[in-house]
Design a protein around this ligand. Sequence first.
Ligand code: GDP
Length: 533
Amino acid sequence: MSSALAQEVQRRRTFAIISHPDAGKSTMTEALALHARMISEAGAIHGKAGRKSTVSDWMEMEKARGISVSSTALQFNYTADGDDDTPHVINLVDTPGHADFSEDTYRVLTAVDAAVMLIDAAKGLEPQTLKLFQVCRHRGIPVITVINKWDRPGQTPLELIDEITERIGLIPTPLFFPVGIAGDFRGLLDRQTGEYIHFTRTAGGAKVAPEEIMSADAALDREGDEWTTALEESELLTEMGQDHDQEMFLAGQTSPMIFASAMLNFGVRQLLETLVALAPAPAGRADVDGTMREVTDPFSAVVFKVQAGMDTSHRDRLAYMRIVSGEFERGMVVTHAQTGKPFATKYAQAVFGRDRSTVDLAYPGDVVGLVNAMALAPGDTLYIDPKVQYPPIPSFAPEHFSALRVNTADKYKQFRKAMDQLDSEGVVQVLRNDLRGDASPVLAAVGPMQFEVVTARMKSEFNVDTTIEPLGYSLARRTDEQSATELTRQRGVEVFTRTDGALLALFSDKWRLQYVEKEHPDLMLEPLVATAD
Ligand code: GDP
């Protein structure tokens, strides 16, 4: 296929920010947009009052700039150092954050080629960051680390580096080392060139912070001890072998690190430059048989997220696909690999809230929303001949379990239909066993918000009243038929069949699990993928 397509692929970078709530993901997203000159002032999106106004302000921004923004992916051009006429295209895929942390968050990570792990300088690694990092590791996604909020008091650089190395075995290789302790952020030592990047604050951090690039001598004159300390610590890292190595980064062993303040816009340009220089461009994927589909092969895409009920006036279902290969042109008729049926893409859109803008052309790495996608589920493949089918998205280890009951018996048929629908969309995992019967399935979720989504949608889309009853289980292990018999005899353990046929044993807590494992070492009890436990 054409080299024009290859060029479109090469200039794309698709990534997600993984972080714990409050580490500064929204502020950083906004700062990145500011640096890409999408917006003229930071604060336009975020609003002074916090994140409440994010939604409407994004919409305002979309209208004002005519850019493609969706609740799922933000796309912008960025002209990096050394780019001539053609800028890079950055796709920032949003991980649903905050309260609605759920399986969706994990699935989003199947759509990206790199992740930025954003860490609060004072707090270090936090639980949600850890969980998301485990998913990145499991999927082999290279991770760039950003230590944020360096303008506020926090830990020392070496403490943070040690913490990351020791707790998750990822070796940070700082590219830009801070000059000035946390709380006194003066600039960055560029460890590759040895130069000093001095930042100047702008009022309220609303504009791109002016940078002054200085030689080491000039930096010493200006910053004195602060510069010397940065230099010494950087040399120490070099002695320990903690310099950037592209192969080790791509293999998930090391992580290029940047110190930043998203609020002051310090280190943000450096992050964009790093993404362009080091993060991988979209690559081909192996299908279920292990055959590679190259990016320049005919069109193919993977659905990674399905969203329903956004438009309350009519039942609507939106599927987001990440393009894997080929050029996407709106109107194209593609094949849905799971059913073999044609799917018309007339209504391909970039979606945000209620605002939708049409997408006419898209390339590998891009995210496109498909309207009326009733048959599509996360993990499904769409293609243009020759046929390709990508492996399903693994489901992640649930940690919350609830029984779902229908409140009015005469609605049972509707209830079943609704349950099948929500199950196929991957809203929750549905578990059943003979003891509880079909009328009372057990729902398993990564985050409890998923249960609320189920009851709300049962009501609004299917008019079925349901009740959620939390169960006293907190962990699941995969087991087999043979072990199941013994496990059902154990106290605090219950065995279920998941819709995909997998047998899951639920345990009240890890002590119960440890006890059973010790008493019955022969039983099959395998952890499910990608948990932090
Ligand atoms: P999110 O929950 O990860 O999206 O975090 P937000 O972007 O909403 O930021 C959480 C809080 O931290 C807000 O009050 C931000 O203003 C603040 N914040 C974010 N980045 C920085 C930073 O670099 N420095 C300082 N001092 N505060 C920041």
